[in-house]
Design a binder for this molecule. Structure first.
Ligand SMILES: Cc1cc2nc3c(=O)[nH]c(=O)nc-3n(C[C@H](O)[C@H](O)[C@H](O)COP(=O)(O)OP(=O)(O)OC[C@H]3O[C@@H](n4cnc5c(N)ncnc54)[C@H](O)[C@@H]3O)c2cc1C
Length: 471
């Protein structure tokens, strides 16, 4: 017989959704709040900046998580602070278009009502525009190419004031400069009394009167309220293990890359990885493009080595040119909807049949990226494509799709979408009492911009709703 602990609320997952919720609930209920985290509680000194050690330690499935057919890598982290520990620290405000789109899908969202939470989040996370002087050469070249072509873009905002520019945000911040959840909302929750339990995975939820038993191996928590914020793959998995319908509406920002090859070294692994964003082709913030942003991106050696597709001499040439490459990333608001299901041995099965409407918009990204880098002075552009590697003009035609080009996502969404079959318009699980979903899995649709500010703000608003319902 294991240990049984009583509490007022359990928050499952300590990432962008769970940490702000735990912090707000702990302000009201102190040590009546338990914050569960399946991953380890790592400190700045644990982030040793070595890719081959930190990626397996920090990322879900040791960095190998992917859709069932292997066509899209799905990047998430598992540790105190969740994926914010490895993210690029970009903080974009909810685009105005989100309200109408999400409402049409049944989500109750008002950007006016959300605005004070966005402000709170920006203050807590120390959000500022990345200073011009901190723009590394790779991002400068993205901005230069875009400006020469007359495309709209800007330096983005980040939550890493005083960043020492080591370039290794994906491996956890060794300086505590990035105000990810592990150094912001999680400590804030703990200061307010929340009991943080790392390396503790919620296995199953069992109804108990109006509340819940949260089974975590030898530990059982008996709680009046449960908030699930275990991230896009694991939130639906926990609900499914608990016999609750979930897993529909899995979506993403589909991502791929292109690299300009410049005569002078760019050393794209140095400095802040992502600074400049081209908004011209997006369909948010008043733009009416095909729906992708182009963002400057770093070229860390291990991550980079998995991306270009060439073999033999092409591969050797890629390595020879490594220091001369400046990266750009597509962030496509994809409309494909997939599912998350319980797979063999309880593993997640992520099915994502990429639809023509999304595939068709990838070639325009490659074309624009090539134009942009050539305008910035590159002699050619490297694409992560099986047949087209180094190109000297925008490709007129390319076979795009699984197996032909490298795809990944750092921004998965859905699986327990607001207004869908699992949760209602504000995140309460349908047909259950005192059970909420307040993370990216409740997004009814990809927002079109880097999502952490939106996730944190909606989580704070959801915590307020929970407290009001409990009063
Ligand atoms: C490389 C990378 C770069 C990114 N850069 C940016 C960026 O610059 N800007 C931006 O806005 N977004 C960025 N993102 C995305 C952003 O960080 C995520 O969208 C966000 O963190 C998701 O929040 P979440 O709360 O839904 O899940 P997560 O932050 O993933 O948190 C979920 C947590 O729940 C834990 N958990 C899972 N199952 C259980 C369980 N059963 N019991 C207990 N705990 C559990 C997990 O271990 C995890 O720690 C990036 C993502 C990646 C991968």
């Amino acid at each position: 017989m294991g240990t049984v602990e009583r509490c007022k609320a359990v928050v499952i997952g300590s990432g962008a959704g769970g940490a702000p919720v735990a912090s707000r609930l702990a302000e009201a209920w102190g040590d009546g709040v338990v914050l569960l985290e399946a991953g380890p509680n790592l400190q700045a000194s644990d982030f040793n900046q070595i890719e081959r050690e930190m990626i397996p330690k920090l990322y879900a499935q040791r960095g190998m998580q992917a859709t069932e057919d292997g066509s899209v890598a799905v990047l998430q982290a598992s540790c105190v602070g969740g994926t914010t520990v490895v993210n690029d620290a970009l903080c974009l405000r909810p685009p105005p278009e989100l309200e109408e789109r999400w409402r049409a899908l049944g989500a109750e969202v008002s950007l006016k009502a959300l605005a004070p939470y966005v402000e709170q989040v920006e203050q807590e996370l120390g959000v500022e525009q990345v200073p011009r002087a901190m723009t590394n050469r790779a991002n400068y070249l993205v901005g230069l190419g875009a400006a020469r072509l007359g495309w709209k873009g800007e330096r983005m905002h980040h939550n890493a004031p005083g960043c020492p520019e080591c370039g290794l945000r994906h491996l956890g911040c060794s300086y505590d400069a990035k105000r990810s959840m592990n150094v912001s909302y999680v400590p804030r929750a703990v200061r307010a009394g929340a009991r943080l339990k790392s390396m503790t995975k919620a296995e199953r939820l069992v109804p108990r009167g109006d509340g819940w038993r949260v089974e975590c191996g030898d530990l059982v928590l008996e709680a009046d309220h449960v908030v699930v914020a275990a991230g896009v793959v694991q939130t639906p998995m926990l609900l499914l293990r608990s016999g609750i319908h979930a897993g529909e509406g899995f979506q993403m920002h589909l991502q791929t890359l292109a690299w300009g090859d410049f005569a002078e070294p760019v050393d794209g692994f140095n400095g802040i990885p992502m600074v400049y964003s081209v908004l011209e082709f997006s369909d948010v913030y008043g733009h009416t493009g095909p729906g992708f942003m182009i963002e400057g991106v770093s070229t860390q050696p291990l991550a980079f080595s998995t991306q270009p597709q060439g073999q033999g001499e092409v591969h050797a040439e890629v390595l020879r040119r490594y220091r001369h490459l400046a990266g750009a990333m597509m962030v496509l608001r994809a409309s494909t909807r997939g599912t998350i299901a319980l797979g063999p041995e309880g593993r997640p099965r992520i099915d994502y049949p990429l639809q023509p409407h999304d595939i068709e918009r990838v070639l325009p990204f490659y074309q624009r990226a090539v134009e942009m880098f050539l305008a910035a002075g590159a002699s050619r552009v490297l694409l992560p494509h099986r047949e087209a590697n180094f190109v000297t003009r925008p490709p007129a035609d390319l076979r795009i799709g699984p197996g032909w080009t490298y795809f990944y996502t750092a921004h998965p969404f859905g699986g327990a979408c607001r207004g869908g079959p699992t949760v209602d318009g504000v995140g309460q699980v349908r047909g259950q009492r005192n059970l909420w979903v307040l993370d990216a899995s409740a997004f009814p649709e990809a927002p079109g911009v880097n999502p952490q500010t939106i996730i944190c703000s909606l989580a704070l608003e959801g915590a307020e709703r929970l407290l009001a319902a409990a009063a």
